[in-house]
Ligand binder design. Structure first.
Ligand code: PMP
Ligand code: GLN
Length: 383
């Protein structure tokens, strides 16, 4: 079998979720909401299942979903998108990421990444044969180091992956940071895979798609996920917005990997995307309350937390409680002794790079307030 895949460990999300089950722990590890998505969206999917919507969808997605993706780009960001040629529906943002990378990156090309990074980026690049060039955000403010970012770009740079709002850091890139990135991307004639699955999950901070900056419209592939925008992570429906010349190639990658995504779910996601602004505001307001609840509780327990302006996640510094244990050891200890599962942040760094920080763990706060409160009580008891 393929040596790289054989040696790839099982994802930390699965490992921690299994430990959570084993120890009957509250799972603040893997990022998924513990409530269902909106009932009206689920009802549309159920209707579509009964309505003979069960054969192959068109390769690039149902027209009604591509229309809804284009309209959403216009409504939230003022982007003019042609739904016929500039949208590709995929089976989750994960497939979208693979398809976008395959569309522009070839063996030997360099790709700029920002650590801590989502765990599928590096394996996808390794399988393509690309060379990752990682730049580290600096705790405790998740600062983007300009000189290191400049140094990561070079004559072989083909693309960058930019995740904003960011998992696990909860960082939403500022306009100034995006301007710097856009300058470097233009200068090096590169593409950008914009992982924006948390686009609607920001807390009093504006999410700016890189695609809206000057010169970026033709270079960016912007990825969204119904999993995050509608709290339906199991559905695995994603969508890419890209200029037609790239979208047609992304569609080829989709053609050879998946071909078409479940039509009943696509119809329901189209309905979801067309929901009015109050739905999206409610989604982020609700999550913000949960972030505040968990963050304030962690502070009371003596943890310092890092800024978390978007996504499902907040990162805490464990130095005061870890008694010399690494993040991996401490996370294991917490799940066994406190009954709370988290994710060690070192899992979000290139295993072949220099030593990752070992003093940070990630908590998911996309859980019911009473569950977050119970998790805090358990932590208080164990620490
Ligand atoms: N990118 C990031 C940053 C994520 O956190 C996730 C899922 N948690 C994905 C992509 C994958 O999304 P999907 O489930 O739609 O494949
Ligand atoms: N993206 C989710 C997280 O970061 C999990 C996705 C997965 O389990 N693959 O927790």
């Amino acid at each position: 079998p393929n040596r790289y895949l054989s040696s790839l460990p099982t994802t930390v999300f699965t490992v921690m979720s299994q430990l959570a089950v084993k120890h009957d722990a509250i799972n603040l590890g893997q990022g998924f909401p513990d409530t269902e998505g909106p009932a009206d969206i689920i009802a549309v999917a159920a209707e579509a299942l009964k309505d003979n919507r069960n054969q192959y969808a068109p390769l690039t997605g149902l027209p009604e979903l591509r229309d809804a993706v284009a309209a959403s780009n216009q409504r939230f960001y003022g982007l003019e998108i042609d739904p016929a040629t500039e949208v590709v529906v995929t089976s989750g943002a994960t497939e979208a990421l693979a398809a976008c990378l395959m569309a522009v990156v070839e063996a030997g090309d360099e790709v700029v990444l920002i650590e801590p990074l989502y765990d599928t980026y590096l394996p996808m690049l390794k399988l393509i044969g690309a060379v990752p060039k990682c730049v580290r955000l600096q705790p405790p403010h998740w600062k983007l180091p300009e000189e290191e970012l400049r140094a990561a770009f070079g004559p072989k740079t083909k693309a960058m992956i930019l995740n904003s709002p960011m998992n696990p850091a909860g960082k939403v890139f500022s306009r100034a940071e995006l301007d710097l990135i856009a300058d470097l991307v233009r200068e090096h004639d590169a593409y950008v895979v914009c992982d924006e699955v948390y686009e609607h999950l920001t807390f009093h901070v504006k999410h700016i798609p890189l695609m809206t900056l000057p010169g970026m419209r033709e270079r960016c592939m912007r990825i969204g996920s119904a999993g995050k925008s509608f709290s339906l992570t199991g559905w695995k429906v994603g969508y890419v917005t890209a200029p037609a010349a790239l979208a047609s190639v992304i569609a080829k990658a989709h053609q050879v990997m998946v071909f078409a995504t479940a039509p009943n779910l696509q119809r329901a996601v189209a309905h979801g995307l067309n929901k009015d602004d109050s739905y999206y505001q409610g989604l982020s307001d609700d999550l913000e309350l949960r972030r505040d609840l968990l963050r304030d509780g962690l502070h009371r327990l003596g943890f310092e937390t890092l800024p978390a302006d978007g996504s499902y996640f907040i990162v805490a510094d464990i130095t005061r409680h870890a008694q010399g244990r690494t993040d991996v050891e401490f996370a294991k200890w917490l799940v066994e002794h406190a009954g709370v599962a988290t994710i060690p942040v070192s899992a979000f760094y290139d295993p072949d790079g220099s030593a990752a920080p070992q003093n940070l763990i990630r908590f998911a706060f996309c859980k019911k307030p009473e569950i977050l409160e119970e998790a805090l009580r358990r932590l208080e008891k164990a620490l």
